[in-house]
Design a protein around this ligand. Structure first.
Ligand code: HEC
Length: 168
């Protein structure tokens, strides 16, 4: 039922959005507004999850350089499970997230959690090269979501105009 509502709501939202890689700033502004339109409670939860993710990523470095694969497996597992859309949110909050956040956000969130799961596997298998690979894919996925949905927090990630002749 929740999924049906989500699909309906997203199909209402999608026609107004574009998913191109080289989006212009005015489009980015709309997406930023989406996050800023969340209720204060949800925004606090999102912020907390972000800070937890950042601590997790930072704690992976000392574990990696000392060969502490078990520690990486445990951190990656926590990041995978921290899935904000699966946390103990109330039904109303879940609905709010799906209504307000564009599907592009949800896809990037899913991609991130997929990568955390892969990192967990790589650590379990004690494969340093793979751990390194997924760790760097994860940092890319952080920055990729931020450059679309969090430029109000990280303005340096705003896309630069690539073609100065192309104006609206
Ligand atoms: C699916 C999108 C998405 C992904 C993936 C994502 N972030 Fe974020 N992040 C956001 C948004 C949106 C904000 C701004 C939240 C706000 O303004 O309330 C944010 C804010 C932050 C902040 C500032 C939090 C604060 O309010 O103090 C940090 C730190 C952060 N992210 C770290 C990370 C790290 C590290 C990763 C990857 C391991 C990551 N994020 C992955 C969307 C994402």
């Amino acid at each position: 039922m929740k999924n049906i509502i989500t699909v309906i709501l997203l199909s209402l939202l999608i026609p107004g959005m574009s998913f191109g890689a080289d989006e212009h700033n005015h489009d980015g502004d709309k997406k930023t507004v989406a996050v800023e339109a969340l209720s204060p409670d949800l925004r606090i939860l999102l912020s907390r999850e972000m800070q937890a993710l950042q601590s997790g990523m930072m704690a992976i470095i000392p574990a990696y350089i000392s060969g502490n694969w078990g520690e990486i497996e445990s951190i990656a597992g926590k990041m995978k499970r921290s899935y904000i859309l699966k946390q103990s949110l109330t039904d109303a909050q879940i609905k709010e997230m799906h209504t307000i956040l564009p599907s592009g956000f949800i896809e990037k969130d899913q991609r991130f959690h997929y990568l955390a799961g892969m990192l967990e596997h790589a650590a379990k298998a004690e494969k340093p090269e793979l751990i390194n690979f997924y760790f760097s894919e994860m940092t890319r996925s952080c920055a990729s979501c931020h450059s679309t949905f969090a430029t109000h927090k990280f303005p340096a990630l705003l896309p630069r105009e690539k073609d100065p002749d192309h104006r609206h």
